[in-house]
Design a protein around this ligand. Structure first.
Ligand code: SF4
Length: 185
């Protein structure tokens, strides 16, 4: 059991990482749409129907071929795309979902630090914008990740998904038909 002590409202509380750890993709979905997170947590996956996911895979394969590295799976929950020296590197098509992408990578950095004692930095390359962001884990970000993990556990435990709310990117989401089927009849 990995127990980590963190500050919550000025008080020290303990976080059981073993109990709260999740796949990195759930952190990503949490910051995109909590309903999407819930659907995914119940095993409802529709990503195979999404052209966005398909183009993401192509970018992923082409970029990583050039970098000559291979994916590393840690504890079946972290998928580290590129490890280069002090850095964990990710490649994304665009920065439209920047917060979600960043929080997923921060979670990887957090997990490596807390569980394995390995301290790394992160970079995200955004192909469309041709820009690179550097990510450094701070204590504020660690706290944000811990709150996120607690909230994810709460959301995934619920019997019903969070209320449907139309978001600007719903039409691009793999769950669009699932969420809005009635509206199209
Ligand atoms: S279609 Fe919209 S509401 Fe439904 S899961 Fe996707 S982002 Fe969330």
């Amino acid at each position: 059991m990995w127990r980590i002590f963190t500050k919550e409202k000025g008080e020290i509380m303990s976080i059981d990482i073993e109990d709260l750890k999740v796949q990195g993709v759930k952190i990503n979905y949490y910051y995109i749409c909590k309903r999407k997170l819930w659907l995914f947590s119940k095993g409802i996956t529709m990503e195979q129907n999404s052209s966005r996911v398909e183009s993401g895979k192509i970018v992923h394969e082409n970029s990583y071929k050039r970098m000559k590295s291979k994916e590393v799976l840690v504890d079946d929950i972290l998928k580290l795309d590129i490890i280069q020296g002090d850095y964990i590197r990710e490649v994304k098509i665009s920065s439209k979902m920047q917060e979600a992408d960043e929080m997923q990578l921060y979670y990887y950095l957090y997990y490596l630090k807390k569980v394995f004692g390995i301290e790394k930095k992160g970079t995200i390359n955004y192909v469309k914008e041709k820009k690179q962001d550097e990510l450094i884990l701070t204590s504020d970000i660690e706290e944000k990740i811990e709150k996120t993990l607690i909230d994810i556990k709460y959301i995934c435990k619920q019997l019903y998904p969070p209320k449907l709310e139309k978001l600007p990117y719903c039409t691009k989401c793999a769950y669009y038909e699932f969420c809005f089927a009635k509206e199209e009849i």
